[in-house]
Design a protein around this ligand. Structure first.
Ligand code: PBG
Length: 305
């Protein structure tokens, strides 16, 4: 009765990795329980998840081929676009959010256009806007830019409005830190940068005031929901942003945070249920309104919340 925090599982979002092709299912070694699947298997998973009650998802595409313009990201028949149309046809009750980024589609693995070893901010905006619009045209309910280029929320908002999607919301990865906790994701998505790192566009973990600036800029540019990512090493940032702005706040409980829990449980160093409950309570206690987490399916299946 006096508990200050109550976790509502309806506020959880389940991420998925989609492969091109058919009948594919590849377990991600560092993330037990999470696989990369082709869209036929994805539909099967979504259907059984939907029966459990999971009705909010985030999609990542893993294309077969990559190039220097990330052309697969905004291809009408790209891996995400094809899956979106299938999902919307067969499972219209699911809210589908798409990750908008170029790194999975770029041969060099960076989130923007590269020239002479440098990541170029402004030329990347056009490709990101194109990607967001093509997701919208294929049926996305919400787009989530994760690239961290400056000005991309405005570029995406303008393009969506011009394309007739003025009511499609943007969930912006506003305060996204350059983090070692993305390690398993990069294995899953094959998106590790081929040279350098993401520190010229993602945030420095020593900074929290700057997160406020990033969030305010994104809201001014048209973000409807803002995000802090990762979650666990950044609970203070979640708390700070919660007190700074009045738009919905999302937190991303990232791949490395999930992998740590699974590894502990496997080694017998901790009880998975208690770990997951404590983690979720902490993120919501800090002030998140919704959480993207790979634990979502386990939480529903085991009725942990
Ligand atoms: C793509 C992207 C990343 C994640 C979400 N979108 C990886 C990165 O920035 O390197 C991380 C998700 C996770 O670790 O679970 N830019």
């Amino acid at each position: 009765m006096v508990a200050e925090t109550v976790v509502d599982r309806k506020k959880l979002i389940m991420p998925h990795f989609i492969l091109e092709g058919e009948r594919l299912r590849e377990q991600i070694m560092s993330m037990p329980g999470i696989s990369r699947v082709s869209s036929d298997n994805l539909l099967r998973d979504l259907e059984s998840d939907y029966k459990l009650g999971i009705d909010k998802i985030l999609l990542f595409g893993i294309p077969d081929t990559k190039d220097e313009e990330a052309s697969g990201a905004y291809d009408r028949n790209g891996v995400v676009q094809l899956a979106l149309r299938e999902i919307k046809k067969h499972l219209p009750g699911i809210l589908v959010i798409t990750d908008v980024c170029l790194c999975e589609y770029m041969s060099h693995g960076h989130c923007g256009v590269v020239d002479n070893g440098e990541i170029l901010n402004d030329p990347s905006l056009e490709l990101l806007a194109r990607t967001a619009l093509s997701h919208a045209e294929s049926g996305a309910d919400m787009v989530a830019p994760s690239d961290m280029m400056d000005g991309r929320v405005r570029a995406i908002r303008d393009r969506l409005d011009a394309g007739g999607f003025d009511d499609l919301p943007i969930l912006s990865y506003s305060a996204k830190y350059a983090s070692a906790f993305y390690g398993p994701f990069r294995e899953a998505a094959g998106s590790a940068p081929q040279f350098g790192d993401r520190s010229t566009y993602q945030m420095d973990c020593r900074n929290a005031i700057e997160a406020g600036k990033e969030v305010l800029l994104d809201i001014e540019e048209g973000a409807d929901i803002v995000m802090v990512k990762p979650a666990l090493s950044y609970l203070d940032v979640i708390y700070r942003i919660r007190n700074l702005v009045d738009v919905p706040l999302c937190a991303y409980n990232v791949s490395g945070e999930y992998a740590m829990v699974k590894a502990m449980a496997k080694l017998g160093y901790g009880d998975e249920e208690r770990l997951v409950k404590e983690i979720m309570n902490s993120i919501f206690r800090a002030g998140a309104d919704m959480v993207i987490s790979y634990h979502t399916r386990d939480i529903y299946r085991n009725s942990w919340f």
